[in-house]
Design a protein around this ligand. Sequence first.
Ligand code: B1M
Length: 210
Amino acid sequence: MAKVNEVKISVEMGKTKIVPGLVQAALDEGNTAKELLQAMVDSMSVVGDKFSAGEIYVPEMLLAAKAMAKGVEVLKPHLTGDASASLGTCVIGTVAGDLHDIGKNLVGMMIESAGFDMVDLGVDVPASKWVEAIKENGNVTLVACSGLLTTTMPALKEAVQTIKESGLTGFKIIVGGAPVTQAYANEIGADGYAGDAGSAAIKAKELVNV
Ligand code: B1M
């Protein structure tokens, strides 16, 4: 079996120990980092579909996520560039009530490689914590809020509104995540929206006028 397929299946099965070695072997075989990332994203779609169908449960979903995170660690040096000029600090996190962080981490990685310094607030970030982080960290030019659940879309709205109502200035807010759309981003007053990690980095630069 081609190594890329072995990566895909091993992530689906949550084989955290063997995924890093398989990803490295697939890179050595000539697969690109982008191809391998896409294979792992596809695995997570399969996992999500199996969860929806009641074929697997939360623990299996969690193991698959851990396996993907291990694979992404191996890909990281191949996905990120080496930006020289700093575009300021980006504060990133997943909104309150939401524990999904793989997409947020990929977005953070790509935005960092576009030239931003990164402050990662993690997951389940309450609206007030974004404001504190903007105050505490100098030169925040971008705030990036991720949300993966339809049930946490109101938390995304609350985060954006709380940040805007704080009166703090000098930064733009970008939002994204599977259930989020450009229309929803407009509706909640975000400055930008991106559908995936690569376009988030492009949008981030655009928002800070580079
Ligand atoms: Co969850 N989960 N999950 N889960 N989970 C989904 C999202 C789901 C679609 C699965 C399904 O039912 N088919 C479903 C959501 C349904 C919905 O709301 N519409 C779901 C559910 C229901 C749940 C629970 C409620 C299950 C339960 O407990 N009954 C529960 C909620 C827990 C909580 O958050 N409070 C739950 C829990 C979990 C785990 C903890 C087990 C685990 C997460 C572990 C982790 O992240 N460390 C998990 C996982 C792994 C998934 C799936 C299978 C994979 C998510 C993922 O990592 N995808 C997911 C199914 C799926 O996605 N198809 C699912 C890969 C990742 C690269 O993609 O995160 O979409 P994604 O990120 C993309 C884009 O969205 C975008 O760029 C990224 C990269 O290109 N993007 C941004 C993301 N953030 C962005 C920010 C931006 C811009 C773009 O700007 C700031």
